[in-house]
Design a protein around this ligand. Sequence first.
Ligand SMILES: Nc1ncnc2c1ncn2[C@@H]1O[C@H](COP(=O)(O)OP(=O)(O)OP(=O)(O)O)[C@@H](O)[C@H]1O
Ligand SMILES: [Mg+2]
Length: 224
Amino acid sequence: MHVRLDHVTHVYGSSEESAAVQVLDDVSLDIPSGDFAVLMGASGSGKSTLLNLMGAVDRPTAGRVQLGGSETSALTETQLTQLRRASIGFIFQFFNLIPTLTVFENMAFPLSLARRPRPEIAERVTAVLGQTGLAHRATHYPNELSGGEMQRVAIGRAIIHRPQLLLADEPTGNLDSANGTRVLELIHSIHESQRPTIVMATHSAEAAGFGDYVIHIADGRISR
Ligand SMILES: Nc1ncnc2c1ncn2[C@@H]1O[C@H](COP(=O)(O)OP(=O)(O)OP(=O)(O)O)[C@@H](O)[C@H]1O
Ligand SMILES: [Mg+2]
């Protein structure tokens, strides 16, 4: 999926309050379909904000965000939800697994929400359990997993519907280096085999090396 930002500004809090925080200042960005872009910048520079705009979780204060052919500000909440469910996968720093669901059920969750037929869900989850190296953990609960395993479950859940856009927010931020490398190799292999557009925020130089190029963000502006 082609991701394009035109003159995007983002401000948190009302502009009338002194507490308003301007995070993005006239950002324009073009990420062609199938690219693996890495987003780097200091803590608080706006990486998560940018990913939320690209993921249609939030809309910009000003400017346009285009995902594929559609402009997010022109879509209703329902349409944004549909777009996210059909085309976008998210991977978070803190995994965000559902503790009361097994590995299998966590991975199946987006397909269950989309009311896909059970045989299709079973087939997809089985394939992704294999892809993420978690077949032997299918019936386990998140609190029975290592951090690296939890993140691989979260990646499985993010790709279960074969999204055209995969957004990762510091996916190795809570992992030791061996588990971090394994997670990066998994993201790399997903990129190789399915060619989604990937945008990954990270503080790690090793992680950045897995992408095609780095986009730097500082003082509300970006540079490549
Ligand atoms: N919901 C919010 N309301 C007000 N301010 C916010 C909100 N979310 C983020 N901010 C502020 O916006 C700025 C950018 O935050 P963001 O989370 O995008 O940074 P980041 O680059 O992801 O940082 P980190 O590397 O620490 O994750 C920060 O100054 C933050 O305090
Ligand atoms: Mg962040």
